[in-house]
Design a protein around this ligand. Structure first.
Ligand code: FES
Ligand code: FES
Length: 160
């Protein structure tokens, strides 16, 4: 069975006929064509598929698209404004928080969700907020530094 899904995607109202059993991850990548959100484990264990729903990080591989009705969904594609990187994107770029990059969209969205709720988190709060994400390359130290740098950029007025 399909339903009409109305919600806000990356700041724009959107209406689609969506089968009840379609996952948000598959809807974003295969129906909308937003491939920045990555498929990793496809089972709720890696965080590569993280998006924000009403500013709260969600694993899109475990979320039915239909549950986005009436909500605000943001993907990695929403963060840059007029060609300029967001604070979190700059943090990962300038502090080398990304190597192969496959996990990076998920980390960036989880970090953006944290900084929207808590613009000046402690290191413990950063580690807790990123606890659902896995990276095989960086050893995590650079990722924590990237989020701290992003918080400093937010303090200068950049959006997360
Ligand atoms: S692909 Fe969703 S948690 Fe791994
Ligand atoms: S940068 Fe390669 S998995 Fe994280």
């Amino acid at each position: 069975m399909a339903r009409i899904l109305q919600f806000t995607l990356n700041g724009r109202a959107r209406t689609d006929a969506v089968p009840d059993n379609v996952l948000l991850l598959d809807y974003l990548r295969e129906i909308v064509g937003l491939t920045g959100t990555k498929t990793g484990c496809d089972g709720g264990e890696c965080g590569a598929c993280t998006v924000l729903v009403d500013d709260v990080p969600r694993l899109s591989c475990l979320t039915l698209a239909a549950t986005a009705a009436g909500r605000r969904v943001d993907t990695i594609e929403s963060l840059q404004r007029d060609g300029k990187l967001s604070a979190v994107q700059r943090g990962f770029h300038e502090k080398l928080g990304s190597q192969c990059g496959y996990c990076t969209p998920g980390y960036i969205m989880a970090s953006a969700g944290l900084l929207r709720r808590n613009p000046q988190p402690s290191e413990a709060e950063i580690r807790e907020a990123l606890g659902s994400n896995i990276c095989r390359c960086t050893g995590y130290v650079k990722i924590i530094e990237a989020v701290k740098h992003a918080a400093a950029l937010c303090a200068q007025g950049l959006t997360p």
